[in-house]
Ligand binder design. Structure first.
Ligand SMILES: [Zn+2]
Length: 758
């Protein structure tokens, strides 16, 4: 069977068809072409034509024109639409015309920068000119660094290296900074939340150093499709940007299916394992030698799926079918071998983490299977984009797991296929992040009291730092005065203290995972059963100071559930909308958590089979929150008795917190929710959705402005869930929210939508 025939089979086989909750057919699209801009170097155009690229796509033409006019530009088009030419051509053109010209390329990951480097290098070889491109990252040998600093025309690096390895040593990079004409930021949608807020500050430091050396580079950015590429880019580079978003690249017919594994326990809302369903779907394609990629969340899932597929495809039917795994932790050579095997067709199937989601070239495959929603719609489309040829049919299947967010997408496919509602949100002015970068900036060059980095308030922060003797003020200038070298201690990937690592004592203390600082007491308390990809581990020791948890492999018939006393205090209201009956708002809050005891809960029956007390430190975090307060007498109006009301409010907080990440394009772990039957601040029944990031990054403000749409889709979802009184796919298990929990949540949501101003 070829792919068309397998698609027909999916369409007609009743047992499969029943699980497909949505079938989207995307029609093929013809290319729109444009000529090479007149200003572009003849030599460059001749080389491109020689490569077989006679014309550009329209978006490439528009982007190159905009960039050559000196405008900061962001190109917003899907995977495999030829984005790299949009920056490579103007950059090479500039160097061909002026050998002093320099460019800096930033990619979010090392793997991606190596890949792009190969492509650029091939183009330069065909041009037959002496243009030096170098990768500068943690792996670059010391001996090569000097040559890169003085002679590299194009330096390819990542934000972490720019932050800690280049900017603090700018005096060694004078040639680069004096002549920097272009800065390329690829995959800019990747920089959201904490990482994006850091990057915006790193870019400010870069611009500050460029000013010092007399250059003013043009920014060229590329983004996958998100709701606000222009706004996000402007926040990151701090300047206005020209958005090019009309894709001229052709595409073949594409089928995108959402597959929901069948329910095996109606009452508890448990479905068949998404991993097993995905493996069985993948086997169907691989047997027909149809090139397939399977995406899984975690490294361990990759291994499990791989084992499963290899076992299934052994024997006569599987002869000659090669399947590989691909994830962080594989050696670079191994990865290159897999990439080229996929391009040549030697490898039929690959199971990967999101490591292959970014632009690494593996050619275009026929089928992509995505196991579980990958955390953002942008990622979902990128993974889907791995299947698809310029002509011919391709197929993507999202296999839902039983979490609320996955089940939501099964009932609301328009969320995936309508215009993307996600926005990349960052807050460059997060006080913690900004203070850290002000330290780095002062280390790099002394600050003038008039000089600003970010919005106002720079001198206040500098004055504060000078009180603690890290910075010295003399006259109107601030100097760095500490022995410590600040950038090295600041990670761009988090705003909170370090994560806890989990070490497996049963296996040479191998690291099996990480848990963020604030979740450690909940998942890693002593005696906790830590579930990692269907395996059970028991925590033997929690080393609080060392940020380590030791676990051993066990086989028990229970799991643990920690009980945490959480408290949330509102510190400051940023914005509030007070209607007749309810109050919604957002602002600064302090959240404190202390984990006091844990329960042992038997699988299947959910009986409580024991508990233990815990003595763990209380953790406090200042962050931002969105809240919604009901009128004080709401439970009488909705006819809910005391216990039912408390459960319903908790269920409401559960569902809001689980679905909200879809609205703000954040990692599901970045938002938490809490309910208070009588909140000290509002003195009313209140639900809070707070940012699980110290200082917050602006997610609450976005939730505040989009709350009605969020409430509406939560109601849709809860109503259509097949469980009877609550399950993990909607308001939470009935064990937690009570027998009437689900009905109560629907009543509350009905009320919220009835009183909302239209
Ligand atoms: Zn449910």
């Amino acid at each position: 069977m070829n792919l068309e025939q397998v698609i027909d089979y999916l369409r007609t086989d009743p047992s499969l068809r029943a699980n497909i909750t949505h079938w989207e057919t995307i029609v093929p699209k013809a290319a729109i072409y444009g000529d090479y801009p007149q200003q572009l170097s003849r030599q460059l155009v001749a080389t491109m034509v020689h490569r077989g690229i006679e014309r550009l796509y329209s978006h490439q033409q528009q982007a190159i024109r905009s960039i050559m006019d000196g405008k900061d530009t962001v190109v917003v088009t899907p995977t495999a639409s030829g984005k790299t030419l949009c920056y490579n051509l103007p950059v090479l053109d500039s160097i061909l015309k002026n050998r002093q010209s320099r460019a800096l390329y930033l990619f979010p990951t090392k793997a991606l920068s190596q890949d792009q480097m190969t492509e650029l290098y091939n183009l330069i070889q065909e041009l037959d000119v002496d243009i030096k491109t170098y990768t500068f990252d943690g792996d670059t040998p010391q001996t090569a660094r000097r040559a890169i600093r003085s002679a590299g025309h194009i330096v390819v690096t990542n934000p972490d290296m720019l932050h800690a390895g280049i900017l603090p040593h700018h005096t060694k990079w004078i040639k680069l900074f004096e002549n920097l004409d272009y800065v390329v930021i690829d995959e800019i949608h990747h920089y959201r939340g904490v990482f994006g807020s850091h990057l915006a500050n790193v870019i400010k430091r870069l611009q500050r150093i460029c000013r010092f050396y007399g250059s003013n580079p043009t920014f060229i950015c590329c983004s996958a499709t998100i709701a606000n590429p222009g706004e996000l880019t402007e926040k990151i580079i701090g300047r206005e940007v020209n958005v090019i978003d009309e894709n001229g690249a052709p595409s073949g017919e594409k089928h995108f299916l959402i597959y929901n594994p069948p329910v095996v326990n109606q009452q508890l809302g448990i479905r068949r394992s998404a991993i097993k369903e995905a493996a069985s779907l993948a086997t169907t394609f691989l047997r027909q030698r149809i090139q397939t990629i399977v995406f899984a969340h975690f490294r361990l899932y990759v291994e499990v799926l791989l084992t499963y597929l290899q076992r299934e495809l052994k024997g006569d039917f599987g002869e000659g079918i090669k399947i590989a795994g691909y994830r962080g932790g594989y050696l670079p050579n191994e990865r290159r071998r897999i990439e080229s095997g996929l391009r040549s067709g030697d490898i039929t199937g690959v199971v990967s983490t999101n490591a292959l989601e970014l632009g690494i070239d593996v050619g275009n495959l026929d089928v992509s299977i995505i196991v579980g929603y990958p955390g953002s719609i942008a990622s979902l489309w990128q993974q889907a984009g791995r299947a698809g040829r310029r002509s011919g049919v391709s197929l993507t299947i999202l296999v839902a797991n039983s979490s609320a967010i996955n089940q939501f997408l099964c009932t609301e496919p328009k969320y995936v296929f309508g215009k993307s509602p996600e926005s990349g949100i960052i807050d460059p002015d997060n006080l913690i992040i900004r203070t850290n970068h002000l330290k780095c900036a002062t280390f790099e060059l002394p600050f003038d009291s008039e000089e600003l980095l970010g919005d106002d308030g720079t001198s206040e922060i500098l004055d504060y730092l000078s009180e603690s003797n890290i910075i010295r003020r003399s006259g109107n200038r601030y100097h760095w005065s500490s022995e410590i070298y600040p950038a090295q201690q600041i990670s761009l990937r988090s705003a909170s203290p370090e994560n806890f690592v989990i070490l497996n004592e049963s296996h040479n203390a191998e690291v099996i995972g990480e848990v963020d600082y604030f979740s450690a007491p909940i998942f890693l308390h002593p005696e906790a059963i830590y579930l990692h990809s269907a395996r059970q581990y028991q925590v033997t020791k929690l080393d609080w100071e060392g940020r380590k948890a030791y676990v051993k492999e066990v086989q028990v018939d229970y799991y643990t559930d920690a009980e945490t006393k959480s408290d949330l205090k509102v510190l400051e209201v940023n914005e509030e909308s007070q209607q007749m009956e309810f109050v919604a708002g957002h602002g600064e809050v302090s959240v404190s958590n202390v984990t006091v005891l844990f329960k042992k809960i038997k699988f299947e029956t959910h009986e409580n089979v024991g508990f233990g007390d815990l003595d763990l430190p209380e953790m406090e975090m200042h962050t931002n929150s969105f809240w919604y307060a009901f009128p004080g007498d709401i439970r009488f109006r909705l006819d809910l008795d005391g216990a039912d009301f408390g459960s319903a409010l908790r269920g409401l907080a559960n569902i809001l917190g689980k679905i909200a990440p879809l609205w703000v394009m954040c990692d599901p772990r970045d938002l938490r929710s809490i309910s208070q039957v009588r909140a000290p601040f509002t003195e009313k029944p209140t639900v809070y959705i707070y940012e699980n990031i110290p200082g917050g990054v602006g997610l609450s403000e976005k939730l505040f402005s989009e709350s009605e749409r969020l409430f509406e889709s939560c109601r849709e979802h809860v109503r259509s869930c097949s469980c009877s009184s609550g399950c993990p796919s909607c308001v939470g298990p009935s064990l937690e929210v009570g027998e009437h929990g689900k009905a109560g949540v629907i009543k509350l949501l009905d009320y919220m939508l009835a009183v909302a101003p239209v």
